[in-house]
Design a protein around this ligand. Structure first.
Ligand SMILES: *Cc1c(COP(=O)(O)O)cnc(C)c1O
Length: 370
């Protein structure tokens, strides 16, 4: 039970499991590059430990969301290829190429801003073609305009063309193939067909749609961090995180006694409770109130009452007497209760649960190079 003194929770990140997930995805991708998405502080796991571990596992190309994230990653990995998905909006192109960061250009406006700087035009950049998400990337209209004025694209030094799938976690969804064909058609229209530029369509889920979706590069995030890539199918990924909360107090509750704010749980019997020092300020969703659970020594302990800012209460009445003491750690996310399961119980997805992991946890990195 060591390692938690001074904090009420321990987040363990298994860098060996992360590396194993990288190798599994890279093997799936075959000849295509496996380029991790490490945006949002590596989905909340801590980019300072995660990115070097992925580099050691063989990753050479990465994706982040913002220029700030790109600058931080450049400091961590001096030799990595770093793509910034937001593209230059109001930043100077020099802020990118000065750090050898590659923007993902998402619009004609971004293309023209980038190309107007001769040093930017000579630096590698990626192009995002929207094939149905309607978030970022060239619209079909913009693609047509760009195709009609080939000089605009010819000024750039394109190293990569990407698009992003909307429904890849549903393997049978017709939108997957429609987007793949739209991507190919747009590339053709822009004179980028065949192998003229590296192409990338698949994130985690897309990698599992098969080789037709791999092109030259996959961009996995979620699956690297242990989330299931395909809805409703067994999860082939190793679990990377374990979240343990410390029991602060063990107490009795009388039949009819209530727990927490709003008195939303009323005990039907004489029982025992354990109060654990993790709450919604730590990213434990408040929607787990009276719905979530923790595990301790193989026993499932239901959350009773509301999750509050720093605390959650467990019903430990069914634990054998003498078990569970202040200072003991219970599993909030871990064996028997993985990230996807906790997210489902909370009415959200694993992505949101991971990226909201609290800053207050004692973070412990285990595995190679930790
Ligand atoms: C976040 C992101 C990824 C990674 O997606 P996962 O589903 O986490 O694998 C890949 N490509 C783009 C454009 C993204 O925004």
């Amino acid at each position: 039970m060591s390692g938690s003194e001074g904090s009420a929770a321990v987040l363990t990140v298994d860098l060996d499991a992360l590396a194993a997930n990288y190798r599994l995805l890279a093997a799936r991708l075959g000849a295509a590059a496996c380029a991790p998405a490490v945006k949002a502080d590596a989905y909340g796991l801590g980019v300072a430990a995660v990115a070097p571990a992925l580099w050691r596992a063989g990753a050479r190309s990465f994706f982040v969301a913002t220029l700030d994230e790109g600058a931080a990653l450049r400091d961590l990995l001096p030799d990595a290829v770093v793509h910034v998905l937001s593209g230059p909006v109001d930043e100077a192109p020099a802020d990118y190429y000065g750090r050898r960061l590659r923007p993902v250009l998402n619009s004609l406006e971004q293309i023209d801003r980038w190309a107007a700087d001769p040093r930017a035009a000579a630096a590698p950049a990626a192009l995002h073609i929207d094939t149905g998400m309607h978030r970022l990337g060239l619209s079909p209209g913009e693609t047509a305009r760009l195709a009609a004025e080939p000089g605009r694209l010819a000024r750039l030094t394109l190293s990569l063309a990407i698009s992003h799938l909307a429904c890849a976690d549903q393997a049978g969804d017709a939108m997957n193939e429609a987007q793949r064909l739209a991507f190919l058609a747009a590339l053709d229209r822009l004179g980028l067909g065949g192998e003229r530029v590296c192409r990338s369509l698949a994130a985690s889920s897309g990698i599992f749609l098969g080789p037709a979706y791999h092109f030259g590069m996959g961009r996995p995030g979620a699956a690297l961090y242990g989330l299931a890539p395909l809805a409703g199918q067994p999860n082939p990924m190793a679990q990377v995180i374990r979240l343990q909360g410390k029991i602060l107090q063990v107490r009795e509750i009388d039949r009819g006694g209530t727990v927490g704010y709003g008195a939303t749980h009323r005990s039907a019997r004489q029982g025992r409770l354990a109060t654990v020092g993790v709450g919604y300020a730590d990213g434990l969703p408040r929607s787990l109130s009276n719905r979530g659970c923790a595990f301790f020594g193989g026993h499932r302990l239901p959350m009773v009452g509301r999750v509050s800012m720093d605390l959650v209460t467990l019903d430990i009445s069914d634990l054998p007497a003498g078990q569970a003491h202040p200072g003991d750690l219970v599993d909030l996310i871990g064996p028997g209760n993985d990230v996807d399961a906790v997210a489902t119980a909370a009415g959200t997805i694993g992505y949101e649960l991971l990226t909201r992991l609290g800053r207050r946890y004692r973070r412990r990195y285990v595995g190679r190079g930790a």
